[in-house]
Design a protein around this ligand. Structure first.
Ligand code: UT7
Length: 328
């Protein structure tokens, strides 16, 4: 049995933070941010909004698009690195808010590769025949773990959520083709939130030293991402006897326009085959791929039968590629 993406929904908080506004908070400017990252603005959640709230909004939209009730869901996979709290899982909080009374679920922690790993997992649950409706949600409130005194990271991230419904595909030619996912823990130190876990529990000292915020060695991550994203895309295409010329759209994780352009160039894909929307959203971690997919669908760039190449690299390191033939 094959699995297909049958609907999607997204949510971004209404408040927009522009580069000019950021330049009043830290020593930065619009020119540097646009040239080095491609980002122009990002959405930021109000103080009373947490990851589960955005996840629920995205999920409700996906269910509405498909015309089904939350009670029909079999499972919820919630991809995030900014859960409402360490436990219970945000999947549980979302299940309760949605009243998804027939679903089990869990949080999936894979940072920027989270949504790709979630899609792989959901596809295999459906293909096994044991699940008929799996909701994959990517949701991150990055503004809660960003240090707005660190200009090297605070300009990069935004908040948002997106959800895909995965169901069995009646048409064998449409839906999930396959995956190539990897982790490489040798990169763990280059992008992390050091404190708050069992290694370094919260203390007055961890707070004073600003260790509950994202720490990144940007150039290390950049170099790894540029190499890994194109390598993995090439290997994944080869694994399924496809080539870059078969790809209708590359929908990559949105971290830096330069990473995306380098990947596209290495694969020989023209700009018309690459989705970039980080100018408006920044890096929303697990939400970038659904947000970019929604933009592609709404602008008419994605149609039934098209071959979609999803690719992501992130903290861990984590990296993943998924191939799907668009089904609606
Ligand atoms: O999604 C998770 C994975 N994460 C990523 O993919 C991020 C990967 N890394 C990157 O995208 C890039 O490394 C950054 C955008 C984070 C940084 O760009 P870069 O071209 O690697 O800059 P850099 O860190 O080498 O810094 C160059 C200069 C430095 O100044 P000096 O030492 O040359 O005087 C920085 O202090 O740019 C300075 N700089 C800034 N200047 C203005 C760093 N951040 C800023 C800023 N505004 N916001």
């Amino acid at each position: 049995m094959k699995a297909k993406i049958s609907s999607l929904g997204c949510f971004v908080p209404p408040r927009i933070l522009t580069n000019d506004e950021l330049s009043t908070i830290v020593d930065t400017n619009d020119t540097w941010i646009v040239e080095r990252t491609g980002i122009r603005s990002r959405h930021i959640a109000d103080a009373n909004v947490a990851t589960s709230d955005m996840a629920v909004r995205a999920a409700q939209e996906a269910l509405r698009q498909r015309g089904i009730e939350a009670s029909e869901l079999d499972a919820i996979i919630l991809c995030t690195v900014t859960p409402d709290m360490l436990f219970p899982s945000t999947a549980c909080l979302v299940q309760e808010q949605l009243r998804a009374t027939g679903a089990w679920g869990f949080d999936l922690s894979a940072a920027c590769s989270g949504f790709v790993y979630g899609l792989t997992t959901a596809a295999h649950l459906v293909m096994a025949g044991s699940h008929r409706k799996v909701l994959v949600i990517g949701a991150d409130t990055m503004s809660r773990i960003i240090d707005y005194t660190d200009r090297a990271t605070c300009v990069l991230f935004g908040d948002g959520a997106g959800a895909f419904l995965i169901e069995p595909s009646e048409d064998g030619d449409l839906g999930y083709i396959g995956f190539l996912n990897e982790i490489d823990g040798s990169g763990a130190n280059f992008l992390k939130m050091p404190a708050g876990g069992s290694r370094m529990p919260p203390s007055a000292e961890t707070v004073a030293n600003r260790l509950h915020f994202v720490k990144q060695e940007g150039q290390q991550v950049f170099k790894f991402a540029v190499r890994k994203m194109s390598d993995l895309c090439e290997k994944a295409l080869e694994k399924y006897s496809l080539s870059a010329s078969d790809v209708t759209l590359l929908i990559p994780h949105q971290a830096n326009k330069r990473i995306i352009s380098a990947t596209a160039e290495r694969l020989g894909l023209p700009e018309s085959k690459v989705v970039i929307n980080l100018d408006r959203y920044g890096n929303t971690t697990a939400a970038t791929i659904p947000l970019a997919t929604r933009d592609a669908v709404e602008s008419g760039r994605l149609k039934k039968g098209d071959l979609v190449l999803y690719a992501a690299v992130g903290a861990g390191y984590t990296a993943g590629v998924n191939l799907w033939r668009w089904a609606y």
